[in-house]
Write a protein that binds this ligand. Sequence first.
Ligand SMILES: Nc1ncnc2c1ncn2[C@@H]1O[C@H](COP(=O)(O)OP(=O)(O)OP(=O)(O)O)[C@@H](O)[C@H]1O
Length: 535
Amino acid sequence: MEKASSLLFAGTHFDRKRFGSDIARFKPKEPRPPPPPPPPEDARKEEAEPPGSPEKKEKKRKRKDKSSASAEIVEGFNVFGCSGSVSSVRNPRSGEADGSNTHRKELAREIERASILRKKHGIHISGYNVPAPLESFEELSSRYGCKSKLLQNLSGLGFKEPTPIQRQAIPVLLSRQECFACAPTGSGKTLAFLSPILMKIKPGTKDGVKAVILCPTRELAAQTTRECKKLAKGRKFYIKLMTKDLSRSGDFEKMHCDILVSTPLRLDFALRKRKLNLSRVEYLVLDESDKLFELGFVEQIDSVVKACSNPSIIRSLFSATLPDSVEELARSIMHDAVRVIVGRKNSASELIKQKLIFAGSEKGKLLALRQSFTESLNPPVLVFVQSKERAKELYKELAFDDIKADVIHADLTQQQREDAVDNFRAGTTWVLIATDVISRGMDFKGINCVINYDFPESAAAYIHRIGRSGRAGRTGEAITFYTEEDKPFLRNIANVMAASGCEVPSWIMALPKLKRKKHRPTRDSISTLPEDNEE
Ligand SMILES: Nc1ncnc2c1ncn2[C@@H]1O[C@H](COP(=O)(O)OP(=O)(O)OP(=O)(O)O)[C@@H](O)[C@H]1O
């Protein structure tokens, strides 16, 4: 991770002369200057919300009110490297002459309202000047002057009220603050980063890309582009997906593009070979950020971060899993970012009923899968295996059965991958066998069950895989097979299960903690043929 950190850090280069004043803002140990005079609802400082009793918080708040009587000093802490003393941070309005009691009382009431709303929706924040969460989508218009088209589109999509991550992350990004957001799978993070972009950037100005969204897979990039187009319906945004053809032969100087959605590999390629100019980008989103910060991606991410050289760019990181190492790394590229966590960090959606099944051996797993399909096949079902070879093997086995199964993995052509996803979405395919290529971000409506045929390689992989079900308020089921070989790694998964309220046998919780987090064993091939026939 150290290598990654230095690379990413090295990726931010500015024209020092031209942007001297901006560079001064980015110097370590100095807080970012307060945002421009905020509208009333933005003009408050929020305190971090560690778990604690309401009484304690009430006392703390009262103490705070008392101590802030003259200067409206507000507590808070900044997870991203701002070393300014909390007590020296003042509300922008503190210098105002009135200092009236009414004004202070109103401010205190606003803070309390925001706090209650956050508590109700399990929102935890840290950072300075964190705006109040949204009570409704209508506030996008009353507080932020949102165009009616977006509201119409939200309503057309059937979205009646914001999800918790949308309530908090949208106002943060609209206040031009960087944001690090972690919320459960299927909780609407996509809309949380798309709406501020659609509200803040001007459509169709023809002077370059204004927003870049990076996703770890092509499927997710395509899905995000589709979602973005749905939300932008009726407005003249140029929204582009970076396809292979576009990255290889696009004429970016002539192309109109406001919002660009891409995988890191394709965007990096276009930057190097096609002279794509990203210097006017105002919003950079790293979706599934922990995946993007893994070493395989880091050089490409670095190149994108470097190319997005606009000093007032707003970067945001979104994911359902947020390892400490990624938080640390993020600190090196973000400025006074607000951290928004919904629920418990790194936990699975509570809407998913999770089960562990001991299958003994590889053959046992195939029998168990067939048995579960015979007893009750409730499509659509997503089955995860650990490699493309195993995906092909399992597909061959199930092809003999009377099940409408299909397979998706990295060896297929782009068209085959798209067809597999489309057929599954349309219900033509009942069972989709997949590698982790679709474990992140993919939003298939109403998946009833996720089966981890092969034990996931980490707790994060588990959370994302099972998160393909139990989305947008619906319930789902997740079954994880394990063999003798997987037993030592059970506890990692069991911890996630227990944290989301599932029952876990006590012997699993008593297993020793393992230092090694990744588990990807060599497994016997998937076949029901008797062993002596296998040659
Ligand atoms: N406010 C809302 N009300 C109802 N449904 C919503 C709302 N916002 C988003 N959704 C729906 O919720 C589903 C999940 O949203 P999304 O794909 O953004 O989840 P996510 O948090 O990004 O999940 P993941 O971590 O798996 O990427 C989508 O089908 C989306 O249309």
